[in-house]
Design a binder for this molecule. Sequence first.
Ligand SMILES: *[C@@H]1O[C@H](CO)[C@@H](O)[C@H](O)[C@H]1NC(C)=O
Ligand SMILES: *[C@@H]1O[C@H](CO)[C@@H](O)[C@H](O)[C@H]1NC(C)=O
Length: 211
Amino acid sequence: MEDKKKDLLRRLTIISIPFVFVAIPSIVIFVGMLSPHAAGPKVAVASPEQNHTVGMLSTMTGGQMILSCRAAFAGNWEYFHYFILDPYKPQHAFFQPQTDHYAILCKWGYMGNFLQDVVVFNSSEPYAKLCAVNAGGCRYLFQDGQMFLVTGRHATKAAPWQHREKKLIGDVLLRDCKHILGIFPTMCHYTKHDHQYVGKIISRWSWWFNY
Ligand SMILES: *[C@@H]1O[C@H](CO)[C@@H](O)[C@H](O)[C@H]1NC(C)=O
Ligand SMILES: *[C@@H]1O[C@H](CO)[C@@H](O)[C@H](O)[C@H]1NC(C)=O
């Protein structure tokens, strides 16, 4: 009698395993799919004038360049985007500025050199309208220790009025380090630069996070 009970219990357990691990989750997923909450967040499509883009391209081959950006507006700020740039591989991100005073500021890093408050969008500056997707967007080029803003598009036969502009923003921080005989600590000095740095020097890196 005892044995029969045990056997029945064992059978019930075996039968219930697929139910617990397959049937119940399936029902939960299925019901979830039917419920309006599972429809996924709908991203409203912005008008072409509202939709903006910033692009980044580094042609400096010493290593990856990193940018961690946040948006500041109405006395507040929120995480925007990060870029990890391999040389010659452009990346871009989209955004829709909601207020009149909207700026995007980045931390910048390259080979152990760090800057903060590198402004890549400022709605109060004349170039802001060129960052709209339909105007071609704002593209930042890091080349030979300098940061450029590239806007517009090359003129074409169909659109001869278009023009592309490349404007110097300033210099990025670079250090020259020497290992003397391998016994003394590495000697570093900032390399000579002709223009203002594009941001403020910081000694350590930390990311802006999305939380
Ligand atoms: C902004 O434009 C890009 C490229 O055209 C598009 O993929 C993206 O969905 C647009 N974003 C919004 C919010 O409309
Ligand atoms: C944006 O531009 C305005 C006007 O030039 C300036 O007063 C403001 O400080 C700028 N904001 C940032 C974050 O650079």
